[in-house]
Design a protein. Structure first.
Lengths: 427, 552, 101
């Protein structure tokens, strides 16, 4: 399988021309033209250098059906974790047969890892991240390095943090990810299955909407997020394989807790903090510190990926006034809650510069400051303090909802005095 | 006086509930003390040496009879039967229990009072001339604008975590009785070329470790733009004020380090963006708020002068009280009366629950229900008919409030010092007590005339020692309290910071040292009409230095 | 020699750590830590912080004269007895103000 890529991927510096070319592909296909996307990838972009990983879960059949139309011999990797439902294993055989897939390969965990880390098979219970790591990430890592690109079945709608997902992506290790179903909705999947009479996963009609390993999958209630059944109660949302949005296949996302308070609920944060050694021209879903941005402005503006901006106390937001539109998210850093400079930065960005994207607070974000931050235009909160998380989750933030000052853009006038405002809704 | 409408009442009620919840979370362990401290401070709750201390806001020093009675109730029910009026025109209680605080705040809310922003690194209570709306030398009553500033600054989301506290003082009179040149921002009413009234803005004044006299930031800001101008100034301070060193975090240091021109440039640039926006104050709104502060229904009486000389012969105590404790009123036949909280041997600024009720009754009966707290830690009946003075005096005498010493050597400003305060290095109240005993004689006080002594128990200068004609600063040296004496300070429009003349004195030596200064003044003054501060300015340091330390 | 002192959360009253690990009102009952008690002192401070019930926790130096604990600082004398002017009794603990580590 370890074929040599026709493209030279081992460059130390990111190739902007290449990145630009890949990003440009995203405009070439209709949103719903999954077949066209995959065909282009297989025949033009990465001939003989593309593979697919499939979970053979509830929705996998749609992508595999498209694969079968393009190339039945495309390598399809299936993670045989040893923890699957018997129904899943049966389903693998069903699809191989129905769709004529000739190159389905099972990847198994290293027996030495199992013996060492999970001798009694209960690791999923105590440490699901590590369980995923030895059963999924490690086996895949070895395989993935041999390919120049991957086909995924990811869809924008699947979870909140997948809100933006293009057909083609360039990852930080210079691989191409192809997402033919990027624009498919839940309904599109169902329609597609019906249209082609594709076989359902045997567990699907029993209430399992997102199916992984048996111990970590539970039934999803009507109307619940389909992935809510995965790792239920374990405070974990992504297995670490798909992506952490930052690179191709990465280590398990130990920090993938639901820390980001947005639109009235906690979700997992697709962004990660800037780290020493990050390349501003190619990072993705990362808040680039304002001084780093200023020093690398051209590179960041040419970076094809979604990136954010980190504004710390002392940073002059005036200097980025005209570039704010470039950022998917601006994070106001409150290194200590008593440092109030972030409030001024937030007001300038939201009110004066009219920034429309996500404005979030990071750092020492505590219950009693959240209302002040919200008034200054901050909409999203990265929260680590447990009592604060609880207060927000329970909607029990002690607030004063009447204001003597005209601040922000969301408050509404109230009473007889010209400045009086009240909150439109609870934070 | 300003009266809450539904909005104000709901605001304070919500705030009280919010603080109750914060107390609950502190007690349940959801909040650490580190997290709770800034929140309780923003509700005026300190932890001092012996107990908690609750500081209650008296906005621009104005308080009604009903409110004063509630303060008496709080003193009696939750404290030890007294309260302490402060140099910020507030009142503080020294012994409340944490569990009672929510109820105290609820009680206060019932009379339109609160403790919001009496501490913390936010905009504090806005102070003003205690004779506002009454004084004969007033260009404009500053209280309507002060009330608007109070509202604008209450729980301001951008300015709740400033580098350090921020104090605004304002005066509408030509004589500065509010020490505006020693505040972070001082506002002085003025007129422009068209004769319209607006505000001079002074910035960067302050006392503490690094005393500074405020500098003129703007010569004229119209009423309608004042909020925008202040928001601009506060934003510059919030963004650029130092946060690396708490002792260098006040705006005075920013002004000092960057220079007033640079600060003005930054404020003006910000003002250019903010001006004319949502913070523009409509005249109608100013008029509406001003209506609350309309002059009371004075009786039309003939102007009547008080024959102090005659009264002095009849009753020297009453005569001296008339001579010292009255201030000229704009309304003929009326005066403002200072009620001294500086009895000989007392703690400056303290009043018992009974005294508070007595004063409330007097205000209700003789002063249109209104009282003032002065930054010199006294109380004022602002609108008193001259003919009512004897009756008022009689009540004051019965309640230990009749000292006729306003502005004299025993009318001492004094912080709580090491007897109460967690920051203090030395005691200050005992020094004040000793000095009042030393200069107890009314004849002696009259001979000395106007002389302001101000005492602080540490460098933070809550007792305003830098601006005392004679200032006393308590320090601690090798376990002993020492008192540094400064001379020549002035808090008025002739703003000056006192000069240190030499080494400090142990407590026992302080009264005699002060007496030597006083004797030097009396010996060297041109006439009894030349007050101490004028003589000091004319004579310079040397004679006073010699008085303290002897000839070289 | 040193003692541990602080203010109790509910009443704000001045309290001292005694030998039984209880925070009490009386200075004379305070546990005196010598130079060799460093570990015990650190442990007591850590345990006290965990209670969350003692604020303004401080280590104060004292000398012991004729069996009596005498604080080195005037501040501590005043904390132990109450204000000297005007004279007031010190704050006392309420029923629920008793903290042990």
């Amino acid at each position: 399988m370890a074929q040599t890529s026709p493209l030279k991927f081992a460059q130390s510096q990111p190739d902007h021309a290449r990145a630009g070319a890949i990003m440009a592909l995203n405009g070439m296909f209709d949103d719903m033209d999954a077949l066209g996307v995959l065909r282009h990838a297989v025949t033009e972009l990465l001939p003989a250098d593309l593979a697919i990983v499939s979970s053979f879960g509830a929705d996998s059949v749609v992508l595999l059906h498209i694969v079968a139309q393009v190339d039945r011999a495309l390598p399809v990797y299936f993670l045989e974790t040893g923890k699957h439902f018997v129904e899943t294993l049966a389903y693998v055989e069903t699809l191989k047969e129905t769709l004529g897939l000739s190159n389905v390969v099972a990847l198994r965990p290293d027996p030495r890892d199992i013996a060492r880390f999970d001798p009694d098979g209960t690791l999923w219970e105590t440490d699901p991240d590590s369980c995923c790591h030895i059963r999924k990430t490690e086996p895949l890592d070895a395989t993935v390095s041999g390919f120049g690109g991957w086909v995924t079945g990811r869809k924008r709608f699947q979870t909140t943090e997948r809100g933006v997902l293009p057909h083609f992506e360039l990852t930080s290790d210079d691989r191409i990810k192809v997402n033919p179903l990027a624009y498919f909705s839940d309904a599109d999947i169902t329609t597609y299955k019906l249209k082609y009479g594709l076989p359902e996963h045997p567990l699907y009609n029993m209430g399992y909407k997102s199916i992984g390993c048996a111990p970590c999958t539970s039934v999803v209630a009507e109307g619940e997020d389909p992935r809510a059944g995965r790792w239920r109660g374990l405070n974990k949302k992504e297995c670490g394989i798909h992506f952490d949005f930052n690179g191709a296949i990465a280590k398990p996302m130990a920090a993938q807790e639901l820390n980001l308070y947005k639109d009235g609920k906690f979700i997992a944060d697709p962004f990660r903090a800037w780290a020493e050694g990050d390349d501003p021209g190619s990072v993705r879903y990362t808040h680039i510190p304002l001084p780093v941005f200023l020093a690398n402005r051209e590179a960041v503006l040419a970076n094809p990926h979604p990136v954010g901006l980190l504004v710390s106390p002392g940073d002059n937001v005036e200097l980025v006034r005209d570039d704010l539109g470039r950022f998917a998210s601006v994070a106001i850093n409150f290194p200590g809650f008593t440092d109030g400079r972030g409030y001024s930065s937030a007001r300038l960005i939201a009110e004066r510069y009219g920034y429309q994207g996500e404005l979030r607070a990071v750092g020492d974000v505590l219950a009693d400051q959240v209302p002040l931050m919200a008034r200054c235009g901050i909409t999203t909160f990265l929260v680590r303090h447990e009592p604060t998380k609880k207060a927000l989750a329970d909607g029990k933030l002690a607030t004063v909802d009447l204001f003597y000052q005209p601040v922000g853009k969301t408050e509404v006038p109230v009473g007889t005095r010209p400045f009086l405002r009240r909150a439109v809704e609870k934070v | 006086m300003y009266r809450y409408d539904e909005f104000d009442a709901a605001f304070v009620r919500e705030r009280t509930q919010q603080f109750s919840d914060q107390v609950r979370r502190r007690l349940s362990g959801d909040m650490s003390e580190d997290q709770f401290r800034p929140l309780r401070l923003m509700n005026g709750l300190y932890l001092q040496l012996h107990a908690y201390m609750l500081r209650i806001a008296v906005p621009y020093g104005t308080v009604s009879s009903r409110q004063m009675r509630m303060l008496a109730h709080i003193a009696r029910s939750y404290d030890r039967g007294y309260g302490h009026f402060t140099t910020r025109q507030n009142i503080q209680f020294n012994w409340p229990k944490l569990r009672d605080i929510p109820q105290i705040l609820a009680d206060l809310a019932s009379v339109e009072m609160h403790a919001i922003q009496t501490s913390g690194n936010c905009i504090r209570n806005i102070t003003t001339d205690q004779f506002a709306g009454a004084a004969a030398d007033e260009i404009i009553d500053p209280r309507p604008v002060a009330e608007i500033l109070r509202q604008w600054s209450s729980l301001h989301p951008e300015f709740s975590f400033l580098p350090r506290k921020f104090k605004i003082a304002m005066t509408g009179a030509t004589t500065d009785r509010a020490a505006i040149r020693f505040h972070d921002i001082g506002l002085q009413a003025t007129t422009n070329d068209l004769g319209e009234i607006g505000w001079q803005v002074w910035v960067g004044g302050g006392l503490g470790r690094t005393p500074m006299i405020g500098k003129l930031l703007s010569g004229y800001v119209a009423h309608e733009h004042l909020l925008a101008y202040l928001e601009s100034t506060l934003r510059v301070y919030n963004r650029y004020g130092r946060r690396d060193n708490k002792y260098k975090a006040r705006i005075k240091i920013l002004v000092h380090e960057e220079g007033i021109e640079s600060i003005r440039e930054q404020v003006e640039a910000e003002f250019a963006e903010v001006k004319g926006g949502v913070l523009t104050l409509p005249q109608a709104e100013l008029d509406r708020i001003s209506a609350y502060f309309a002059a009371p229904q004075y009786e039309l009486v003939n102007a009547r002068s008080v024959d102090v000389a005659r009264e002095k012969i009849l009753n020297p105590f009453y005569g001296r009280w008339l001579e010292r404790n009255l201030n000229a009123h704009r309304q003929p036949g009326y005066v403002s009366v200072t009620i001294s909280l500086k009895p000989v041997g007392g703690a400056p600024g303290d009043a018992t629950d009974t005294q508070m009720e007595v004063v409330a009754d007097l205000a209700q009966r003789y002063s249109f229900d209104e009282l003032r707290v002065t930054h010199e830690q006294n109380l004022v009946l602002p609108h008193v008919k001259v003919t009512d003075l004897p009756a008022i005096y009689e009540v004051l005498v019965k309640n230990g409030l009749a000292d006729g010493n306003a502005g004299q050597i025993t009318d001492i400003i004094c912080c709580p010092g090491l007897d109460f305060c967690a920051l203090a290095n030395a005691r200050s109240i005992p020094i004040a007590q000793e000095l009042t005993r030393k200069f107890e004689s009314p004849e002696r006080q009259a001979e000395i005339g106007d002389l302001k002594i101000k005492i602080s128990g540490c460098i933070n200068a809550c007792g305003h020692h830098h601006v005392g004609h004679i200032g006393i600063l308590g320090v601690e040296k090798k376990g002993t309290e020492l008192y540094q004496i400064t001379v020549g300070g002035d808090a008025t429009e002739k703003a000056a910071i006192g000069d240190i003349l030499g080494h400090g004195f142990v407590a026992e030596e302080v009264p005699n040292a002060i007496e030597r200064l006083v004797n030097t003044y009396i010996a060297r003054r041109e006439s009894p009409a030349e007050p101490f501060i004028a003589a000091y300015r004319r004579l310079g340091k040397e004679p006073f230095k010699e008085a303290l330390y002897g000839a070289n | 020699m040193e003692i541990l002192t602080g203010n109790e959360l509910m009443s704000g009253a001045t309290v001292y750590l005694d030998s039984a690990g209880t925070w009490v009102e009386e200075l004379q009952k305070a546990r005196v830590f010598g130079k060799s008690d460093l570990e015990a002192k650190e442990a007591a401070i850590a345990a006290t912080k965990r209670t969350g019930r003692i604020n303004s926790l401080e280590v104060e130096t004292v000398t012991v004269k004729d069996g009596r604990i005498v604080p080195d600082r005037l501040r501590e004398h005043i904390r132990a007895t109450g204000p000297t002017a005007p004279v007031f009794d010190r704050q006392h603990l309420d029923e629920d103000g008793h903290v042990s580590i």
